[in-house]
Design a protein around this ligand. Structure first.
Ligand SMILES: [Fe+2]
Ligand SMILES: [Fe+2]
Length: 301
């Protein structure tokens, strides 16, 4: 079938974009905890008045970022391998491109784990993280392949937004964290194109009704992640109270949770669901697909 992007061209652009984990974070390297890790849109500065507390919250949110994106990588890896396997010998360029994609995601899993271990070693206060990843990964992979492929597409384009959010401020951020956002997107840019091909290939085998069922499956994954993001906001609140060594009032806790959940939805869900390239792929799949996702996105605002 005709796919949106040539596999041969995707292989060469992926080779040009490729980097090594040690380029970003050599073993034994440390972070500069005097600086914020996340840019303003990912951790806004109007949530707290005290600059020291604001910095700690920014870093706690950065720790959660490493865990959440790392978790997303963990379902992408087996999913891409499964997609490559059935026609592995029929089209060698497609197979090479998909195996390269899977190899990069395996590298990203390792990268995010190394960043998290470095963070934990330097931050000094234990920070909670949703999980176990295997349970979420199993539930996501139980959905039909096109539903999962749409979530993967969402995740790839979302990382573009995160880098664009960071680009202007990159000089002021913790340099290794800014480099993570930049380099991650450089490889995700190739994956986003490969995943557009996966979405098109999977969609071509299904009836219109089946495609819409898969859009619903994608939205179930979004809801599953929404529950996980709510839990992460609670864990971040506990980490914050440990870091600042005081408990917020019940009203302060409620306000904190509400704001952090809204932010998490913006950063991890709406950024993908409303991305123009995700919406374009949905439109190409089925005339009702885009509207269905836009209506679901409106309920998360
Ligand atoms: Fe990745
Ligand atoms: Fe990716």
């Amino acid at each position: 079938m005709q796919v949106p992007y040539s596999y041969g061209e995707l292989i060469s652009s992926a080779e040009k974009a490729r980097w090594q984990i040690d380029d970003l974070l050599p073993r034994g390297a440390t972070f500069d905890f005097r600086r914020p890790f996340l840019p303003e849109p990912l951790s806004p500065s109007d949530v707290l008045a005290d600059p020291c507390e604001l910095l700690l919250l920014n870093q706690i949110r950065a720790h959660a970022y490493l865990g959440i994106i790392g978790l997303i990588e963990e379902f992408i890896l087996p999913f891409v391998l499964d997609h490559a396997r059935p026609a592995a010998l029929a089209d060698e360029e497609r197979t090479r491109a998909l195996i390269g994609f899977a190899g990069e995601e395996a590298k990203h899993v390792q990268l995010f784990r190394r960043y998290r271990a470095t963070f934990v070693g330097g931050f000094g206060v234990p920070c909670g993280l949703i999980g176990p990843a295997e349970t979420l990964v199993r539930r996501i992979l139980a959905e039909p392949p096109l539903g999962v492929a749409l979530m993967v597409l969402h995740a790839e384009w979302m990382t573009q937004r995160h880098w664009l959010d960071c680009a202007e401020q990159a000089e002021t951020l913790e340099p290794r964290f800014a480099a993570l956002l930049r380099h991650h997107w450089a490889e995700e840019a190739q994956h986003a194109r490969l995943d557009s091909n996966m979405v098109a290939e999977l969609g071509a085998t299904l009836s219109g009704a089946e495609v819409l069922d898969c859009v619903d499956a994608y939205l179930r994954i979004v809801l599953l992640l929404d529950g996980a993001l709510r839990r992460q906001a609670e864990l971040d609140l506990d980490s914050f109270e440990r870091a600042v060594r005081r408990r917020l009032t019940p009203a302060g806790r409620e306000q904190f949770l509400e704001r952090q959940l809204a932010l998490n939805r913006q950063v991890y869900l709406l950024s993908g669901m409303t991305h123009p390239r995700v919406l374009a792929s949905l439109e190409a799949l089925h005339p009702y697909a885009r509207g269905r996702v836009e209506a679901a996105a409106a309920t998360l605002v």
